[in-house]
Structures are given as structure tokens and as C-alpha cells.
Design a protein around this ligand. Structure first.
Ligand code: CDP
Ligand code: CDP
Ligand code: CDP
Length: 267
């Protein structure tokens, strides 16, 4: 493994972490690691075994399951544009997620997973297992299972990982930490629009329900005992309420280049 520039991005739901981390990764030739996808994959694994993430009775079975499940994430840069859309915009990098060899990329985004994830995220044994995996990725360690791989490509100059505890717990020595925020209402509007775009029946999506779910998840993330969502002391606070995705990504890239220059790191 080689020394990679480590960028940690944390913040609450819909603060723009994953879309801007992907854009920054593509432009900077960094690898992208979606730590939330790993918590989602464990939640799916538990539900598939009929274990209840929200029940304390199942907690020890679930931590065992996390330790024995093969979770692979792999980001594809410059994916071909989606057929039957005439958009000339370049597609964002896509993260494929595999659970024990199964492609669960889409399954882990379901509302059922989001509803149950707090039980997984507050399980200390699950966190220990996933944090170890996340650190290995960030240090450029290859991990193969057949053709499924957690890769850091030879050409990568760094890694960007987004989540809730990346700057505080996973990568406390990251070269740059950014904590992104926006008021809950603004983040709920973003999620609402996103849900409307991906839904065939737009009238079924209720803004107040989206806001309520988002505030509930914020509360769980900020208040849990283990690895709560928290700005690291040395993280840069970025309020994104008035920023577009592109402006937010540009700002992050600017901060990375500035920090690399200060540290004499050639990107
Ligand atoms: O994109 P969104 O904010 O909806 O979700 P995500 O990043 O996929 O994370 C889903 C959930 O996983 C969060 O609400 C956290 O409870 C948990 N998570 C965590 O505990 N620690 C991380 N490093 C990343 C996610
Ligand atoms: O990863 P996280 O949950 O923090 O957020 P995201 O998935 O990157 O962004 C959630 C939604 O908000 C996406 O539809 C983004 O396009 C949108 N967004 C926005 O409109 N303006 C921003 N400054 C950031 C994100
Ligand atoms: O691993 P190797 O150095 O042989 O090449 P690669 O990383 O597979 O690069 C293949 C393509 O992916 C190149 O065109 C790179 O520009 C692109 N790439 C990227 O966009 N982002 C990365 N983090 C890594 C590679």
C-alpha cells in the first residue's frame, strides 16, 4: 500500500456528502468509500435472516452476522451515460455494493433499510467490524473475492470517505476533514425532490413525512452513545444551505488542493 491523501466528509443526511464526494473523487482521481453503504448492507443482511435490527434480543446475532458477512463496495468512475436519457451531463461515479457475492446496490437504498438502520449503527460490535474494514480500504489494502473487489486503484492519489464518524473515529489523522451541514428543512427539500424524481407516483410522497423521518434519523445519529455524528475539532465546517451540488463540490476540491499544497503533497 502507498500513502494516499485522506479526505473525511461527515454530516447529517442529505447534507450533500455522497454526491459531492463522488464529484471530488472523479476530479481528483481519489477513490470513493461510502461508509453508509456498509451499514446499509449489514441492515439488509440482518433483515434477510429475519433478525430485527431494532430489537436488543437480536443484537449479538447481528454482530456475529456482521463479522461473517462479505461486504464489497466498488466505485465505477466515468460510467457510460444511462441509455434512453438524452442528458449530456457526465454520469456521477456509481458505487456497487455486494453482500456475500449478491449485488445489493439497489436493495440497500430501500425505505425499509433506512427505517431499521439506527439499530445497526448503534451496535458497538458491528461498528468495530465495519470501522476496521473502512480503515483497511483507506490505507489502500486490496481485498478480493472472485472478481468482486474493494479496490484502491494504482492510479489513485487519495481516498475520500463520507459518513458520520469518519473524521472522529475512522480516520482521526485524515489530511483534511470537512463537516457539512444545512438546516433540516433544506435537507428535507433536497430528499423530497430526489424521491419525487425516482418515484412513479409523485403524489404519494409527503413532504412532512420526509422531514419527520430525516429529523428522527438526525436525532438518532447525533445522540447515540457510540460514535455519534459530531464535528471533529479540526474539521472545517461547511454550511451548504445556499450552495448547489457543483458549488459544494468545487469548494471541497479547493480545500483539498489548498491543504495538499500546505502539506507539500503532490496531487
Ligand atoms: O445518505 P444518507 O445520509 O441517507 O445515509 P447514509 O450515509 O447511507 O447513512 C445511513 C445511516 O448509516 C446513517 O443515518 C447512520 O445512522 C449510519 N452511518 C453511521 O452510523 N456511520 C457512518 N460512518 C455512516 C453511516
Ligand atoms: O450523502 P448525503 O445524504 O449527505 O447527501 P447527497 O445524497 O449527496 O444529497 C442529497 C440530495 O441533495 C441529492 O439529490 C443532491 O443532489 C441534493 N443536494 C443539493 O441539492 N444541493 C447541495 N448543495 C447538496 C446536495
Ligand atoms: O489501476 P490502473 O492505474 O491501471 O488504472 P485505473 O485506475 O483502472 O484507471 C482507469 C481509468 O479510471 C483512468 O482513465 C482513470 O482516469 C480513471 N480513474 C478515475 O477516474 N478515478 C480514480 N479514482 C481512478 C481512476
Amino acid at each position: 500500500s502507498k500513502n494516499l491523501f485522506q479526505l473525511a466528509i461527515d454530516g447529517p443526511a442529505a447534507s450533500g456528502k455522497s454526491s459531492t464526494a463522488r464529484i471530488a473523487a472523479q476530479r481528483l482521481k481519489f477513490e470513493y468509500i461510502d461508509s453508509g453503504a456498509m451499514y446499509r448492507a449489514v441492515t439488509l443482511a440482518a433483515l434477510r435472516q429475519n433478525l430485527s435490527p431494532l430489537s436488543l434480543d437480536d443484537a449479538s446475532k447481528i454482530s456475529q452476522l456482521a463479522a461473517t458477512s462479505h461486504i464489497f463496495i466498488h466505485t465505477i468512475f466515468n460510467p457510460p451515460p444511462i441509455a434512453h436519457t438524452s442528458s449530456s451531463k457526465p454520469s456521477l461515479p456509481q458505487t456497487l455494493v455486494y453482500l456475500n457475492g449478491d449485488d445489493v446496490t439497489h436493495d440497500i437504498r430501500s425505505p425499509e433499510i433506512t427505517k431499521n438502520i439506527s439499530g445497526i449503527a448503534s451496535n458497538p460490535d458491528v461498528r468495530r467490524v465495519l470501522v476496521e474494514k473502512q480503515r483497511a480500504f483507506a490505507n489502500g489494502i486490496y481485498d478480493y473475492e472472485g472478481d468482486k473487489l474493494n479496490t484502491i486503484r494504482k492510479s489513485s492519489k487519495g481516498v475520500v470517505m463520507d459518513g458520520r464518524d469518519v473524521g472522529t473515529v475512522v480516520l482521526p489523522n485524515a489530511d483534511l476533514k470537512i463537516f457539512v451541514t444545512a438546516p433540516a428543512r433544506i435537507r428535507a427539500i433536497r430528499r423530497f425532490k430526489e424521491l419525487q424524481q425516482s418515484s412513479t407516483n409523485k403524489s404519494l410522497i409527503d413532504f412532512n413525512k420526509v422531514l419527520e423521518d430525516l429529523e428522527k434519523r438526525d436525532k438518532n445519529d447525533y445522540e447515540r452513545k457510540i460514535s455519534p455524528l459530531k464535528k471533529a475539532d479540526d474539521a472545517i465546517l461547511l454550511d451548504t444551505r445556499d450552495m448547489s451540488v457543483m458549488e459544494q463540490a468545487d469548494k471541497i476540491i479547493e480545500l483539498v488542493l489548498e491543504r495538499a499544497k500546505e502539506k507539500n503533497i503532490d496531487l
